[in-house]
Design a protein around this ligand. Structure first.
Ligand code: FES
Length: 120
């Protein structure tokens, strides 16, 4: 008797589309020396606008214990607050416990739109 009610309350599982490319915003949305977190579906990424206006993007999941990293303009590095892990702006792990680099994504500008694409 309760099954139909429970079935109604719990939505059926919907497989998440395998998102490989996403529009993150417009060029004017990002000031130089800032970073933002965006989502490839449920997977977080980080988009960084460098001082020279160039964009870089990486997986935002720390390779140590999966905390979300952030850009630190004062260090000019990507930083993980959980255990002070640090990555340079190529994604290479340079300090602290992270054992591997961050996965780098491609960034393309289409007019004023900023697109991030996972590498195949
Ligand atoms: S989870 Fe990032 S340094 Fe430990």
């Amino acid at each position: 008797m309760a099954y139909p009610i429970v079935r109604y309350l719990i939505p059926p599982p919907i497989p998440e589309a395998n998102i490989s490319s996403i529009r993150v915003g417009s060029v004017g949305d990002f000031s130089p020396e800032t970073g933002i977190i965006f989502q490839f579906g449920r997977i977080p990424g980080i988009l960084i606008r460098l001082e020279n206006g160039q964009f870089k993007a990486f997986s935002a999941t720390c390779t140590h214990l999966s905390c979300i990293v952030q850009y630190r303009g004062d260090l000019n590095q990507i930083w993980c607050a959980c255990h002070n892990g640090r990555f340079d702006l190529t994604g290479r792990n340079v300090a602290g416990p992270p054992p591997r680099p961050l996965e780098e994504y491609d960034v393309k500008l289409e007019g004023e739109e900023v697109w991030v694409t996972k590498r195949a």
